[in-house]
Design a protein around this ligand. Structure first.
Ligand SMILES: C[S@@+](CC[C@H](N)C(=O)[O-])C[C@H]1O[C@@H](n2cnc3c(N)ncnc32)[C@H](O)[C@@H]1O
Length: 286
């Protein structure tokens, strides 16, 4: 049970309502859905760490949550992997523990709001009378861009970013928009859940007539000790990923941002930012 803030309990009227707006660092009633970050335990947020340390039961996303994080921050808690468990199993597990007065947290990889299927669990819990809330985390696209020492937005050459996934069991051919995004030319395309399908995805892009020299980077296990980077182009990256044998746990980044090159100097460091009207600060890029 939590010993971080003994003054606050579920019965304590000072405990903020579950539907209150998110405030960093506050103690809330209910089960937090926490972003564990991309792997490195140091990339868990301060609030996430505090909640995980205080937990009696941690239900986590299996191999995508680094076991080092679990060992370092919640070795004494009961730890349950959600892999292979459906909602019919997960919801009673979480509800019963919560109603028994245990401190329960749900740990998702990266940020729970990105390809996390968190909301369906949260809605099911709320319908059982268990309040829930989000604690954001560092999504793997951000860890990958840090690894590549680049920005996902680059002045003039990468004006937009999309988080997407390729067609497969979940997404039909018609719902796969990777070709459209690449076709814009100034969009950084971050592909989740597509490691096993890099070669097929690139082949489709080539068939659609996209420039084979468009840069692509694949970051396997960003921020983990065995992190690996493969660099190439739409024309070459498929073979490199096949040769490396990666079938999961990689971020695929297509576009000029993959190289971090070719950008124009921004207004921010070009004197423009200091020329706001009437002494008001102009909106800047930092
Ligand atoms: C089910 S999704 C979860 C994404 C997660 N919620 C996030 O915000 O990163 C899993 C996919 O995220 C990507 N991913 C997760 N962790 C990663 C990491 N450390 N490095 C690279 N890609 C990662 C991979 O594309 C993987 O297939």
């Amino acid at each position: 049970m939590s010993d971080a803030d003994p003054g606050q309990s579920r019965e304590d009227p000072a405990t903020p309502a579950a539907d209150a707006e998110y405030t960093a660092g506050d103690v809330r009633e209910g089960i937090p859905f926490i972003g564990a970050g991309p792997g490195d335990p140091g990339l868990l947020t301060v609030t996430g760490k505090r909640l995980v340390e205080d937990a009696d039961l941690v239900v986590h996303a299996g191999s995508l949550v680094n076991s080092e994080l679990l060992e370092e921050f919640c070795a004494d808690a009961e730890q349950v992997s959600s892999i292979g468990k459906d909602l019919e199993e997960l919801i009673p597990l979480l509800t019963e523990a919560y109603e028994a007065g245990r401190t329960v947290v749900r740990l998702h990889s990266g940020d729970p709001a990105v390809y996390g299927a968190a909301i369906e669990q949260m809605d099911a819990l709320e319908s059982e009378g268990v309040p829930t809330y989000f604690v954001p985390g560092v999504t793997s696209a951000f860890a990958a861009s840090a690894t590549l020492r680049t920005q996902l937005t680059l002045n003039e050459v990468a004006n937009h970013v999309v988080f997407t996934r390729p067609q497969g069991k979940t997404l039909s051919e018609d719902e796969d928009h990777i070709g459209d995004f690449v076709g814009h030319g100034d969009v950084t395309v971050c592909i989740y859940l597509g490691t096993h399908a890099v070669a097929e995805t690139m082949d489709r892009l080539l068939d659609e007539g996209h420039d084979p020299d468009t840069p692509v980077a694949v970051v396997y296990h960003a921020s983990w000790p065995d992190e690996d980077v493969l660099r190439g182009t739409i024309g070459t990256i498929g073979e490199k990923v096949e040769a490396a044998g990666y079938r999961a746990s990689a971020m695929v980044i297509i576009g000029e941002a993959a190289t971090g090159a070719g950008y124009e100097r921004s207004y921010l460091y070009d004197g423009w930012a200091n020329r706001g009207a009437d002494g008001q600060e102009a909106e800047t890029d930092d």
